[in-house]
Design a protein around this ligand. Structure first.
Ligand SMILES: Cc1cc2nc3c(=O)[nH]c(=O)nc-3n(C[C@H](O)[C@H](O)[C@H](O)COP(=O)(O)OP(=O)(O)OC[C@H]3O[C@@H](n4cnc5c(N)ncnc54)[C@H](O)[C@@H]3O)c2cc1C
Length: 429
């Protein structure tokens, strides 16, 4: 069952895993056996996180062989999948059966569970992060026993387990709430001054189902606005020439200036299925720049403009290191370790050139500039925020630690990342 170590690094190549072995179990029983007999174990998703959240000194488990659709409950609008499935595969299945997910991240290549574990999100004033679609989970705890959790079981535990940071066990199956399939269009507008957000922030972000602003911070302006509309929205198919002063792009665009638009999802207002418009990138292309680093900070929606002004104050330091920065809105949720817990939020994202030394000089400046807004770093991206500043930002952290101890009393799903940022114990992994 033990396979040759194939995944030495994460997707971006910036992080080298320290696991001694990797297993790819073909059944839940094998997962149970691995969990029970290992002293340190960690599940890998599609390895798209940029930090050590998925690392271990023990054994890695990849669920890539456990990636089946288990069942579609049409009457209640739910789909159950094995935990190795990626959004790209799930979306095609759902659409073919007349269903959809409410939102997606910028790329469809990531696993559902890996995304939910780190509170991965897309954009949209009324769209929660992807983990908010989770109705139920099945996981294998440290002793090898199966645990089933559901929003409907009256325990209130699922809300603690969904954004689980890989700390609670090996999730083997997940049930997601789904909605009827829908069609969307995507239109890109160019050149929106940052100052326009002073008065029009609410109007700009609520103008469509999902709105993203992209800037390279060479100017105090957004190079592009990506507007994703559902077919039920007013003016669907009749996209105006201008959007708050930004001009409609005449041809497809890549978010990074000068990059070819081929890997990007269809634009120009052309109607198509939800799963081919919500992600910025197509499934069959490598997204973004490939070799890159990413950081992202989540601030309360009410502070977003001030936070963006604080970033603009650093743009001469930021711009030379940056491919692109994206600003998105995310609705509040009730998931304990979500950065959006009970807070309508705005996420300010940075895709950096792969120069960690230079980026590591700038991150503390950004983190200091955003400190007045209680910025929370994305769980799957790079930050240098001191743990003593991060932990108090999560009011349900004590409850989460109790839950982790219940499923994993010895900390076998722990790692240096969790010990530093979550449990606050010595990083001896
Ligand atoms: C090009 C690119 C674009 C991105 N775009 C976005 C975006 O639009 N929005 C956004 O919010 N983020 C984005 N991200 C970040 C990404 O979504 C997160 O890092 C996400 O966690 C990646 O999922 P993964 O399947 O690769 O998980 P991994 O990185 O492999 O693992 C993440 C965590 O999930 C845990 N895990 C995985 N599977 C299981 C399981 N079965 N049981 C228990 N724990 C498990 C791991 O142990 C680890 O703790 C992007 C990343 C890249 C590289």
């Amino acid at each position: 069952m033990s396979e040759q170590l194939r995944y030495e690094r994460n997707w971006a190549g910036n992080y080298r895993y320290r696991a001694s072995e990797i297993y790819a179990p073909a059944s839940v029983e094998e997962v149970q056996e691995i969990a029970a007999r290992s002293s340190r174990v960690k599940t890998l998703g599609s390895r798209h996180s940029f930090n050590g959240i998925a690392d271990t000194h023990g054994v890695h488990v990849s669920l890539e062989k456990l990636n089946r659709i288990v069942g579609l409950d049409r009457a209640n609008g739910r789909v159950t999948v094995q935990a190795g499935i990626r959004y790209g595969e799930l979306c095609r299945y759902l659409d073919a059966h007349g269903f959809a997910l409410p939102n997606l991240a910028s790329l469809p290549h990531i696993t559902v569970i890996g995304a939910c574990a780190t509170a991965t999100h897309g954009s949209g004033d009324r769209n929660g992060c992807l983990a908010t679609s989770v109705r139920a989970l099945e996981l294998v705890a440290a002793d090898g026993n199966k645990v089933a959790l559901s929003r409907d079981d009256g325990q209130g535990t699922l809300e603690g387990a969904v954004v689980g940071l890989g700390a609670l066990g090996i999730v083997t199956a997940v049930t997601l709430d789904v909605v009827p399939a829908y069609r969307m269009s995507q239109t890109v507008y160019e050149s929106l001054p940052l100052a326009r957000l002073a008065d029009d922030f609410e109007a700009i972000f609520s103008a469509a189902y999902s709105v993203s602003l992209f800037t390279d911070w060479r100017e105090a302006a957004f190079n592009q606005v990506w507007v994703k509309k559902k077919e039920t929205e007013p003016d669907f198919g009749r996209e105006p020439e201008t959007f708050y002063g930004a001009a409609r792009a005449a041809s497809p665009r890549h978010p990074v200036p000068g990059f070819p638009a081929e890997p990007c999802s269809e634009q120009l207002g052309i109607s198509g299925p939800w799963f081919e418009r919500l992600p910025h990138f197509r499934m069959n292309f490598t997204p973004s720049a490939g070799e890159e680093l990413q950081s992202e900070y989540i601030v309360p929606r009410a502070s977003a403009y001030d936070a963006l002004l604080a970033i603009a104050g650093l743009r001469e330091r930021i711009a030379p290191l940056l491919y692109i920065s994206e600003t998105r809105t995310i609705a509040a949720d009730d998931l304990w370790m979500s950065p959006f817990y009970r807070q309508d939020s705005v996420a300010i994202h940075f895709t950096w050139k792969p120069d960690w030394h230079a980026v590591s000089q700038v991150l503390p400046l950004i983190e200091t500039a955003l400190a007045p807004y209680d910025a929370r770093p994305h769980w799957g991206k790079l930050s240098l925020m001191p743990p003593e500043r991060l932990r108090p930002l999560y009011e349900r952290l004590p409850d989460f630690l109790r839950l982790a101890r219940r499923f994993d009393p010895e900390g076998k799903f722990g790692n240096a990342f969790l010990e530093r940022y979550v449990t606050g114990t010595a990083a001896d992994d």
